[in-house]
Design a protein around this ligand. Structure first.
Ligand code: ADP
Ligand code: MG
Length: 406
């Protein structure tokens, strides 16, 4: 019995091995807005986006309802449930206990279902990918591992802790909390007060000094932590009006090995799962915005294109393309979890099927399909085998002499 279990574990490990270092791109189409009771305007027969089988999406947009087709690793239509999506992610979770780093991104315009996919819907008791993944990780971790959670928000290229207490946050006008910085700690460097943190960083060699981490043991702990995150985001959004759609939220679950009842502080966790709810991808016309709005629009535009550039470069990882991690806080922070050996990235491109959203859907689909295409090109080139698979590390070391400061 033990042997069959062991071989099962091994085959799982092999599966994980095979999936290592790759990016998978999915598209999820939300239900039409007219479908709900009491909603204004029936969906009608003109559509914007439609699934064509399980791997393609077709979009029609003006002028002239021209048809555009996009291909992905998998397409989830409006009937797809949360567990259908989780099917793609779940099998990789045991790999986190073996040391892989997983990043899950939700990309798309505001209202396209990013938060629904990741965090679920509490009113209808629909768990999100994040809830299902945390549940599985806790089950897998049991006595041998400890699971820790951190949550942060990147808003206007500045980082805030979503788990730290909002001391005295009684009024909506209160500033959410202090700004945190990302630092790069190099191996072999004598630890200074800043790198000598109580807990290992979920971001590998990248650290966010002062970021709180919570040890979670069961779903009650997780619920408490996530409730805190929601409250904190709510405070931030009443202060700055719907801020959640203009900031990136990064939830990270680190798995640490536990030996004889204590956690070993080895500096880095065994494996990590990052869940990233990106800012709405709708492009605010910078020319039409002013002041804070203009700054927000600029930051979102720049950080989403920085992410795009990193994913394009990583997708085609067989080429010796330079990976421009340093162009945004998000990619700078997540660089150790993106694209290296033992890293796995999932991108969920969220779109609305409605004709009136066709323009934004087009830009989301174009972005995601470009990432998918660069991944396929990379795979093809690897198969034909005239390039070395991972020139990235080397390049990065040469490229990043010190942490960027702004
Ligand atoms: P985003 O985070 O991209 O701005 P949300 O996840 O908040 O979008 O979704 C907007 C609204 O649509 C929410 O009320 C959400 O519950 C609903 N919604 C989104 N996707 C789905 C889905 N697949 N099934 C049912 N409702 C959905
Ligand atoms: Mg959202």
């Amino acid at each position: 019995e033990k042997r069959s279990l062991r071989s099962e574990v091994r085959s799982l490990q092999n599966q994980v091995q095979e999936l290592r270092g790759s990016i998978r791109v999915f598209c999820r189409i939300r239900p039409p807005r007219g479908a709900g009771a009491g909603a204004e305007g029936a969906p009608g027969n003109g559509f914007g986006v439609k699934a064509e089988g399980s791997r393609s999406v077709c979009l029609k947009k003006p002028p002239g309802d021209r048809r555009h087709d996009f291909n992905f690793d998998r397409v989830f239509n409006q009937q797809a449930g949360q567990r259908d999506l989780f099917e793609e992610v779940g099998p990789l979770l045991p790999g986190i206990l073996e040391g892989i780093h997983v990043c899950i991104f939700a990309y798309g315009q505001t209202g396209a279902g990013k938060t629904y996919t990741l965090a679920g819907q509490r009113s209808s008791k629909q768990p999100g990918i994040q809830d299902l993944a945390i549940g599985d990780l806790l089950r897998l971790a049991k006595e041998s591992f400890e699971v820790r959670l951190t949550a942060l928000e990147i808003y206007n290229e500045s980082i805030q802790d979503l788990l730290s207490t909002c001391e005295g946050a009684s009024g909506p006008s209160r500033a959410p909390s202090e700004r945190l910085e990302v630092r790069q700690s190099r191996e072999g460097l004598t630890s200074d007060a800043e790198t000598e943190e109580a807990s290992p960083s979920p971001f590998g060699s990248m650290r966010v000094p002062g970021l709180k981490s919570w040890t979670v043991q069961d779903s009650a702990d997780v619920e408490e932590a996530l409730e805190r995150v929601r409250t904190k985001r709510h405070v931030a959004s009443t202060a700055l009006n719907e801020r959640s759609s203009r900031s990136h939220t990064v939830l990270s679950l680190s798995v640490l090995r536990r030996s004889a009842g204590t956690v070993e502080y080895l500096g880095v966790p065994v494996g990590v799962l990052h869940i990233v709810d990106l800012a709405g991808s709708e492009r605010t016309k910078v020319s039409q915005a002013e002041g804070l709005q203009m700054k927000e629009a600029n930051c979102i535009n720049r950080s989403l294109s920085a992410l795009a550039d990193v994913l394009f470069a990583l997708g085609d990882s067989s080429s010796s393309a330079h990976v421009p991690y340093r162009n945004s806080k998000l990619t700078y922070l997540l660089q150790d979890a993106l694209g290296g050996p033992g890293c796995k990235t999932f991108l969920f491109a969220q779109v609305s099927p409605d004709a009136q959203d066709a323009h934004e859907s087009y830009s989301t689909l174009t972005f995601a399909a470009r990432v998918a295409t660069s991944v396929q090109k990379g795979r093809l080139r690897l198969r034909t085998g005239n390039v070395s698979p991972s020139p990235r590390r080397e390049l990065r070391e040469r490229d990043s002499p010190s942490a960027r400061e702004e």
